[in-house]
Design a protein around this ligand. Structure first.
Ligand SMILES: [Zn+2]
Ligand SMILES: [Zn+2]
Length: 58
């Protein structure tokens, strides 16, 4: 995924999950570079994005 703040690309598994610092529990992935709280993408959204990506001319 790509950080919405600094555009740093990282694997979801590399991001910080469950940081313990977010109110109400952490349900986001923090960027390993800037610690920005990226919202988790639901699996459905990811699927659609993949489909769109496939169809796009590059
Ligand atoms: Zn970032
Ligand atoms: Zn958090």
């Amino acid at each position: 995924m790509i950080c919405g703040f600094c555009s740093h690309e990282f694997e979801e598994s590399d991001g910080k999950k469950g940081c313990g610092g977010c109110p109400g529990g952490c349900h986001s992935i923090h960027c390993p570079r800037c610690n920005y709280k990226n919202p988790l993408e639901p699996a459905l959204v990811r699927k659609i994005k993949k489909l769109l990506d496939k169809g796009a001319d590059k």
